[in-house]
Write a protein that binds this ligand. Structure first.
Ligand code: FMN
Length: 184
C-alpha cells in the first residue's frame, strides 16, 4: 500500500542523497535510468529537485518530449536492477523487461512509476541549465507517494535501506538513524 504524501514532505524521500531510478516517456513508450546526481533545492511551494543528466541519455530524449519524469526510490532489494538500468541504454533493449521492473501509471504525469520502488516523485521539468555535456533539470514535484510501512516522515532504515553510490559497482546502504547529540 502506498499513500500520498503532502508535497511539503516530498523532499524527505530523497534528502539522504540516495540513488534514484528516473523514468521518462509514456506508458506506451517508457525508459528508466539510474541517477545518483540529484538534490532537493527547495522544500515546498513548490518542492523542487535538481537532476544532473548527460545530454546523450535515451531517457532524456523521452523526457524532452513531454517535460515530465518520475523519480523512483529503489531499496537494497533492487541493487542489481539499479546497476543494470544504469549501465545499459534503453536504445538497445527494453530495460523494464530485462531488469524485471514493472511500469505502472502515475497520478499526474505521463511517464510510468516503477512499481517495485518504495517512493515516487512525479515531476514537471520547469527549467534546464546546460553545463558542459550535462543538463541540470529543475523538477517541480506535483505528486509524491511512498510505501507507508517504510516512512514516518523520513525513511526507516530498519525497514527500508536506500542505496548510495560509492564507486564502480559498489553501493552503500543507509543503516541506522541517529539523533544529533546521541553517541554513535
Ligand atoms: C549508480 C549510477 C549512477 C548514475 N548517475 C547518473 C547521473 O547522475 N546522471 C547521468 O546522466 N547518468 C548517470 N548514470 C548513468 C546512466 O544511468 C546510464 O548511462 C544509463 O545507461 C542511461 O540509460 P538510457 O540511455 O537508457 O537513458 C549513473 C549510473 C549508475 C550505475
Amino acid at each position: 500500500m502506498k499513500r500520498s504524501l503532502p508535497l511539503n514532505r516530498a523532499k524527505w524521500l530523497v534528502e539522504p542523497g540516495c540513488v534514484v531510478l528516473v523514468t521518462g516517456g509514456t506508458m506506451e513508450k517508457a525508459n528508466v535510468m539510474t541517477i545518483s546526481w540529484q538534490t532537493p533545492v527547495q522544500t515546498a511551494d513548490p518542492c523542487l529537485v535538481l537532476l544532473v543528466m548527460h545530454q546523450g541519455r535515451y531517457t532524456y530524449e523521452l523526457i524532452r518530449q513531454n517535460n515530465e519524469l518520475v523519480i523512483n526510490v529503489p531499496g537494497a532489494d533492487l541493487l542489481d536492477q539499479t546497476h543494470l538500468v544504469g549501465t545499459v541504454s534503453g536504445r538497445q533493449i527494453d530495460k523494464f523487461k530485462e531488469a524485471g521492473l514493472t511500469a505502472v501509471p502515475g497520478q499526474l504525469v505521463q511517464p510510468p512509476l516503477v512499481a517495485e520502488c518504495a517512493g515516487h516523485l512525479e515531476c514537471h521539468v520547469v527549467q534546464t541549465f546546460t553545463v558542459g555535456n550535462h543538463d541540470l533539470l529543475v523538477c517541480e514535484v506535483v505528486h509524491a507517494s511512498v510505501e507507508e510501512d517504510f516512512f514516518d516522515g523520513a525513511w526507516i532504515p530498519e525497514k527500508f535501506q536506500t542505496l548510495h553510490y560509492m564507486s564502480a559497482t559498489q553501493y552503500g546502504l543507509l543503516g541506522r538513524r541517529v539523533d544529533a547529540g546521541e553517541d554513535c
